[in-house]
Each structure stands twice: as structure tokens, then as C-alpha cells.
Write a protein that binds this ligand. Sequence first.
Ligand code: PLZ
Length: 444
Amino acid sequence: MNAVPQERRVVTALPGPTSQELQARRTAAVARGVGSVMPVFAARAGGGIVEDVDGNRLIDFGSGIAVTSVGASAEAVVRRAAAQLADFTHTCFMVTPYEGYVEVCERLAELTPGDHAKKSALFNSGAEAVENAVKIARSYTGRQAVVVFDHGYHGRTNLTMALTAKNMPYKNGFGPFAPEIYRVPVAYGYRWPTGPENCGPEASAQAIDQISKQIGAENVAAIVIEPLLGEGGFIEPAKGFLPALAAFARDNGIVFVADEIQSGFCRTGRWFACEDEGVVPDLITTAKGIAGGLPLAAVTGRAEIMDAAHPGGLGGTYGGNPVACAAALGAIETMKELDLPAKARRIETVMKGRLSALREKYDLIGDVRGRGAMIAIELVKDRRTKEPAPEATAALAAACHAAGLLVLTCGTYGNVLRFLPPLVIGEDLLEEGLDILENALADL
Ligand code: PLZ
């Protein structure tokens, strides 16, 4: 079985010769619209390491964008998925159902916030889950408008492009977009004009005022928000913002949807990020971390809302594929067994300690933020004006890559370096990754 040695090793320039050959074939055969952070081709991966086709071993601070929280070859995931593969690959849940799908929905009902009766529906990708949450909310409320937020990200399909805030690269030239989508401010503490302490109450008042005056609460089917914004820059909505919007939704018959596709499944130090402020969403969308790398997504929520869509109104050929469901059951088992929420909190302690010290030393680091193993630094040219530093961010990421540390960037202004290690990463690799970052900052 695959047991990738848990140590960094750089034996060629990156990308190495075999990766370069593959990259040439890729350039000829793969559409250029599909990008890659590092043109290094993977051979195997597990724990906190991605090994490439030239034998280099990279420290993984990306988890395939917050997916492989249990590692990319977790024992229980591999064992259960392999057994399911041998039994049957597919029947289609809409043709002849199978137990794994039901069991994943049972686990989701137990693990997601709130002790009300819950049901779920399973899909293939995060974007598909968000689309279906909107379908369900519209069906339940008989209303059409959907409220989303500045810096929000929800996917690349037509409806979810409309829900996503950032134009380039996600939307540019791909319109027209779906109607009845409205964007309001989010509580971005670091950039709030009157300071982070005022941000929660002021931003929620502004958002609620815009919804009431510009859309009309009675026209709103759903408010869709990431409890910790991912692609938009690892923005933690300032305290009080999420509870205020959830209360406004409750008072006005609006379905409150937490998009926990990136923040969910132990990533932020709890099973779900909205638990930190005691927010209980009506619907929650999950994907990524749920199935240890296999494509699976879910909408989970109040049974009466989930049941609003008529029989046959929800589905898809592959939704809740049996191999992906088996993998999810293995991933969930691993998260419980290894207490991955606690591991995520430990990663936060180590990372924030080191990164805060670096912030003292380098003016380039304007902000250190995030929770659990979803941590970021926002880079600025000037601490006073907070002018974003996207070039320095790209240079820093490139320096980390060259040294064998896989990091990702994000943010509306492209000036956020984010860290999403697998929750099972060893502490030595975590520290070594931070050493690489520290050296790269010193060199910059
Ligand atoms: N909602 C909160 O983070 C996916 C996208 C990367 P899919 N984020 C990574 C990229 O450039 O495409 C995401 C998310 C949140 C929805 C999605 C969409 O999930 O599985 O990529 O469709």
C-alpha cells in the first residue's frame, strides 16, 4: 500500500524533467482555461506530502484546496472505497438505491449544527450543492431573490458564477448570468473603514438595510454565505455579523444557507465553522473535505425545507456515487477517530504563533487571520493605506514552491497567501513549511 515518506525532498529543479515532459503534453491536449498552481505532476500523496513524478516530495499546505483533510490516501477511505469499487461502481441512486447514500445522509444529520429533524441530498461538486440549495430554498419559500456577499465564492456553473463576487478569472466573458442575485457588504474587519471593532454591527446593519430597501425581505428566498470566506481571502466575518443575518433571515422567512464547502468538516477547528458563533443554518452545503478526495457534495437542512422540492425535482446521474459515499464514511470515521477538530486547533496555535511573530518583523504582512487549519496572511505595500501587494504575494508563493512547499493564494485583490494543510500533517512538516515561508520572506 501507498505509504509516502513524511519528509520533504527536492532532488531536481521544480518542475523536474518528467513534469516538464508531461506539461508539454498537457499544453497540447488540455484547454488553457484550466489552470494549475504548480506544473508539477503528482505521483502519489498522503499525510502532509505530495510526491511528484521526478521523486520530489513537497510539503502540502493546500490539501488540493481544502479537500484532503484526512490525507490523500487515508487508510479508511482507501479501504472502504476499494471494497465498494469491487462490489459495484454505480447503479444510480435514482434507479436502484444503496445503503451508503442513506448512511452518509444519516451522518450529516448527526454532525451538522442544530438538533432539529434534518434531511440531505447528495451531489458531485460544491457548485452543484449550492445550486440545489437555491432550488430548494426557492421551492420552499415561493420567492426568487438570493442574497450573497462581497468577496463571496460559490462556484463556476452559471448560477454559482452569478453568486460569486470576483470577476477575473471566474466570470469574465462568461455571461449573461442568472437573474435575481443581489450582493451586499460583508464584515471584512481588516478593511472596514471605521475599524474592526465596529465592523460586525455596522456591516450587518448595512447589509440588512440594503436587503430591506433594495430587494424587500419578502422577496428573498435565501441568504447564502460562507461562515469563513475562502477564495475571497479567508475573511472571518467580524463577530456578530453572522448571528445578525441569521436572525434577520429567521424573522423574515428567509432560508439561511451556510456554504461550508471550504470551511466544513473539521477544517476550522470544529466540525463546522458556523458553530463558533452558535449559528444554526437552515441549510448547509458541504463538499471538499467530506469524502477524503472523492467527488461528493451535499445539501443538508431542516426536513420541512429539504422536502419542499417535489419528488423527482432533485438529482443527477452520479449524485451520491456509491464509491464516493464509501469514501465519505471512511473520511468521517477517520475524523472522529483522530479527533481532527482538535488537530486543526493545534495547527492554528502553531501557525498563528509563527505568523504573528513574522508580522512583527515584516511590514509586508498586514494581517494574520483564520481559524484552525484555514489560516492566511494578507500582504500590503503599506500598513497605513493597506494597498494590496499581489506581486509580492505571487513572488512569495513562487519562492515557497521552488523550495518544495505547496501553498495557495486567494483574495479579491490576489494578495492573500493561504495555508490549508491536511489536518493529519506531522508537526515537524508544519514547522518546516513555516521555516520555508520565513526564509522566503527574508529573501524578498
Ligand atoms: N463554495 C465556499 O470554496 C470551491 C474553487 C477553486 P466545487 N472552492 C475552490 C476554483 O478555482 O475552482 C468552492 C468553495 C465554496 C463552493 C465551491 C465550489 O465547489 O466543488 O469547486 O464546485
